[in-house]
Design a protein around this ligand. Structure first.
Ligand code: GTP
Ligand code: SPV
Ligand code: MN
Length: 601
């Protein structure tokens, strides 16, 4: 195997933050014996360590330094062109039985899978440095916070984990010396970045993740989709809380009244953008702040749902990000940012499709080839990403570190649907809301490998992220609902409905404030709505559209319920439930019948 990650040799005082917990030491020893690295680098998360790792990464061309004036302290990384997105078909849930993983997950038997992966890892780190990255997910003083360790042979992973998590000493302190303490074991090796030897495997019962053969995003930053969602959802079910693929935002009215909402949209369907929304001029005095942009961990307190953001940074979609669409994201990525697979301009600035201003006359594309505006290829990969600390966000909510989290007034589900699904509507109650989440669908995006633009069912935006049987997951939602005396209201939104001309009917981005305002009005029990077969639906008068250039016909189309389309939709719901092979809770099957009956009335 070619050594694509040669060892580095730190000076004294760097790379030696060895933990004292014997369970961690034993595990690192075991993985070291297996992978046979040149040396072990124990990360402490310090500034000095970061500087050293950046310098070594520049030497090895893992990073390219960007223009210090234009994007200070920022770098570009190019992943292997065969390795640019999550790969769902090689992602496995390795529970003792196939039933536990359920009908929506790839399953493989734990003992066999360990043995296959250990075979691949045998000697895999020869001539490489094995990094041990301790981290916590969640605010330091939250009861939900979890400790994880990721072993990796990728410097890019270490540098990304430093941005995306609270990394280093803080985790060693939190873990302490109890050898029985709960912590997540994550093992990652690039191997030779061969798609045929790429596997992302989760062992929920062992709180263990093993990822090999990739160096990209959600496949390898094991804190994120692997721990915070797949293992997280499994732990959440047994421990009575929720791990969801949701942004969390705060809305404050001009009078100072605050609400928090959590919203589940599938990958590349607008979470980061919604979380950083800037209200249009018409909403003078309204403020939106970001708690999280991708993942919410929620627990019940005083009969209400409280949410924390387990992450410490944003791993966001770059293309389409501009001062027009998302100024807060643009400000966040102006400095101290690690870019992956964007284009590099001749003055070492970054560029991507949809950035403000004209394209550069010449650039180097994400693959490292010459690019001009006449090129047929995209300059930036459609799933190119930024990793940036949440501290960079001008709209960061000041309570983001609060251990108890923020109280959730509304949960929003949403997907990319060209047709059928109205701009916004509200569920009649919790069970109806769970049904809306369970049956939501979205057109696939570049965030995962495979076809783009195909409608697929993606329950609660968790299809690729639920670490156990989806039927039990639905049941868990129902059980949580029973324990809530003051449950959030549940809504569904669709920013992506298209008109007859094939263009989006809704302007989206900041203008989504108009929908958010209606949602808040409903939470305050003063928003108007009509009862429709799908749920409570605003009339055009119930939405504040003042100052928005949109014609009556578009608004009517956005809010319209086409009975023909919904007959097809309800048939798809049935097909989806049937495909799950009898795991769907009775209450949800009943919801479908009621749905059908409302249309028949
Ligand atoms: P992940 O990080 O993959 O989970 O994605 P995300 O859900 O955070 O999506 P993000 O906010 O990064 O948006 C993805 C794409 O959708 C980008 O190209 C955005 O420009 C586009 N987008 C976001 N919000 C809107 C919107 O309101 N309307 C339209 N038309 N496009 C949007
Ligand atoms: C997603 O795909 O939902 C992401 C990007 O947030 S990744 O971290 O690669 O999973
Ligand atoms: Mn995501």
């Amino acid at each position: 195997m070619k050594n694509i990650a040669p060892a580095i040799f730190p000076p004294n005082g760097i790379g030696d933050a060895k933990p004292t917990n014997q369970a961690v030491l034993d595990w690192v020893h075991e993985i070291g014996k297996l992978t046979k690295p040149e040396n072990i680098f124990w990360c402490d998360g310090s500034e000095r360590e970061n500087e050293f790792l950046v310098a070594e990464s520049l030497k090895q061309n893992v990073l390219i330094k960007l223009n210090e004036e234009k994007v200070p302290r920022s770098y570009l990384h190019r992943s292997n062109p065969n390795d640019v997105a999550r790969v769902e078909k090689v992602t496995f849930i390795c529970t003792p039985t196939k039933e536990e993983a359920g009908p929506t997950n790839n399953w493989s038997e734990p003992a066999e899978t360990y043995s296959k992966l250990y075979g691949l890892l045998e000697g895999a780190m020869r001539g490489r440095t094995m990094f041990v990255v301790p981290y916590i997910m969640g605010p330091p003083d939250s009861p939900l916070t979890k400790v994880g360790f990721e072993i990796t042979d990728s410097k890019y992973v270490v540098l990304s984990m430093r941005i995306m998590t609270r990394m280093g000493k803080i985790a060693l302190e939190r873990l302490g010396n109890d050898p029985k303490a709960e912590w997540n074991r994550g093992v990652h090796s690039l191997l030779d970045v061969d798609p045929d030897r790429r596997f992302i495997c989760h062992f929920p019962q062992d709180n263990t993740i093993i990822s090999v053969g990739s160096g990209y995003g959600g496949n390898v930053l094991l804190s994120k989709k692997c721990l915070a969602l797949r293992i997280g959802s499994y732990l959440a079910r047994t421990q009575g809380w929720m791990a969801e693929h949701m942004l969390i935002l705060g809305v404050e009215s001009p009078e100072g009244k605050k609400h928090y909402v959590a919203a589940a949209f599938p990958s590349a369907c607008g979470k980061t953008n919604f979380a950083m929304l800037i209200p249009p001029a018409h909403f003078k005095g309204w403020k939106v702040t970001t708690v999280g942009d991708d993942i919410a961990w929620m627990e019940i307190r005083d009969g209400r749902l409280f949410a924390v953001n387990p992450e410490n940074g944003y791993f966001g979609v770059v293309p389409g990000t501009s001062y027009k669409s998302n100024p807060n994201a643009m400000k966040s990525i102006e400095h101290d940012t690690l870019y992956t697979n964007v284009a590099l301009t001749d003055d070492a600035d970054v560029w991507w499709e949809g950035k403000d201003g004209p394209p550069p006359k010449h650039a180097i594309d994400w693959r490292g080839n010459d690019w001009t505006p006449d090129s047929k290829e995209k300059a930036a990969h459609p799933n190119s990403r930024f990793a940036t600390p949440m501290r960079n966000n001008p709209a960061l909510n000041p309570d983001v570190e609060k251990g108890e989290g923020v109280p959730i007034s509304a949960i929003i589900f949403g997907g990319r649907r060209s047709d059928t699904v109205p701009l916004v509507y509200e569920a009649f109650d919790w069970t109806h809301g769970v049904y809306l989440g369970a049956t939501m669908a979205s057109e696939t995006t570049a965030a995962a490998t495979g076809a783009v633009g195909q409608v697929r069912r993606d329950p609660m935006a968790m299809l690729p992220f639920c670490g156990y049987n989806i039927g039990d997951y639905f049941r868990h939602w129902m059980d949580i609902g029973k324990r809530l005396t003051n449950p959030p209201l549940i809504f569904n939104v669709n920013w992506f409905r298209k008109g007859a001309n094939g263009k989006f009917l809704w302007p989206g981005f900041g203008e989504n404030m108009r929908v958010l305002k209606w949602i808040i009005d409903r939470c305050e029990q003063n928003g108007g709505a009509v009862k429709s077969p799908v749920g409570w639906l605003p009339t055009p008068h119930d939405l504040d559209l003042d100052g928005l250039e949109i014609d009556h016909k578009s608004v009517a189309d956005l809010l319209g319920i086409d009975h023909g389309e919904w007959q097809k939709e309800l048939a798809e719901h049935k097909k989806f439930f049937d495909s799950l092979g009898g795991v769907v809770p009775e209450e949800l099957l009943k919801q479908r019948e009621q749905f059908v009956a409302r249309f028949a009335d």
